[in-house]
Structure formats: C-alpha cells, structure tokens
Design a protein around this ligand. Sequence first.
Ligand SMILES: CC(C)(COP(=O)(O)OP(=O)(O)OC[C@H]1O[C@@H](n2cnc3c(N)ncnc32)[C@H](O)[C@@H]1OP(=O)(O)O)[C@@H](O)C(=O)NCCC(=O)NCCS
Length: 164
Amino acid sequence: MRHANDREIWVNLLDRFPHPYTLKDAGEFIELTRELAEEGDREIAVGIEVDGELAGSIGVFPGKDVHARVAIIGYWLGRKYHGRGIMTEAIGLWVDHLFTDSHWMRIEADAFGWNPASGRVLEKNGFVKEGIRRHAVWKDHRPTDAVVYGLLREDRKRHKESNS
Ligand SMILES: CC(C)(COP(=O)(O)OP(=O)(O)OC[C@H]1O[C@@H](n2cnc3c(N)ncnc32)[C@H](O)[C@@H]1OP(=O)(O)O)[C@@H](O)C(=O)NCCC(=O)NCCS
C-alpha cells in the first residue's frame, strides 16, 4: 500500500488498479492472487521483494477467445526503487518462467504513450515494439495511445544469445 498509493503509478496502469490505494485494496489483491495460485489459474500475480519489503508486482492476464494463448503482462514498482534495473531484471525472470508453460505462444504488454520507461524495460528483454494503437485508451480523463510490445519465444532466444 505504501508504494502503490501513488498517482504516478496509477496513471500508467489500467483502472482496475485503484487510486487512492488503501490497505483494504492491498489485502484484497493479495487474497485474490493467493486464491488464483491455489486454483492453478493462469491469471496470476507475483510480488517483487526489494530490501525485505514488497516493492511492486507483475501480473499476467490470459487473453480471451482466440487470444487465449497470449499472456498479457502488467507491472509496477514503488517509486523509490525506480532506475535501479529492478523491473528489467524482474521481467526477464518472469518471461522466462512464463515460457516454461508451453501454453503461451506470445507475451504482450501495452505501455501508454507517455511512458517510455515501460517500453524500455520491455525492449531490454527482447520485446518488439509492434505498433501504436492510437487513442485506444481513456486514462486520466484524456485519450491516450497504447504502444504495443510483443515477445515470441524466438525473440527471447535471440535476445539472450545476442547478450551472452
Ligand atoms: C516502468 C517501471 C516499471 C520501470 O521500472 P524500473 O525498475 O525503474 O526500470 P529499470 O530501472 O529496470 O529500467 C528503466 C529504463 O527506462 C529508462 N527511462 C526511465 N525514464 C525514462 C524516460 N522518461 N524516457 C526514456 N527512458 C526512460 C531508464 O533509463 C532505463 O533504461 P536504461 O537502463 O537503458 O537506462 C516503473 O517506472 C514503474 O513502476 N512505473 C509506474 C507503473 C508503470 O509504468 N507500469 C508499466 C505499465 S505498462
């Protein structure tokens, strides 16, 4: 709650991430992720621990219908931890973990047009910027572009080979 209750975090995420972010919201989110994990659901979230505290999270939302084999990821990290390479590392670990499940053929993330740092952590993990869905998002009372990033298994493999 301490890190999540931050408008600068909220403005870059879907509206299901509340603002203000209360202790009750944090408790409900943790409870929900526990239940989903116990059910073996593919919609899941993991915490990112830094210096012994829960500093952020990465979630996976399975696409629907013909997109069911697409894992859509969303993520955030408390502001005091920004710029230390933490999310770049966390996303790398997480996409490698996701691809151990043969169900997934693609991992996708959409960053809002005003959020280059998010695109950067994706590109640093091999994601390909595929295009811009212009004004696909209504956020913070204004139309916003969604920058679409995709990662296929071969993209990740190529990225790791070129960085080894
Ligand atoms: C986006 C976010 C997850 C990044 O986490 P982080 O741990 O600070 O990221 P890292 O330190 O691993 O990498 C950040 C990269 O973005 C770059 N960056 C930061 N601000 C930038 C800006 N305004 N323009 C361009 N690049 C920027 C950094 O220089 C760094 O790249 P580099 O290593 O090549 O120099 C974090 O800022 C955050 O939680 N933001 C709010 C929520 C959010 O945006 N979630 C993503 C929704 S799609």
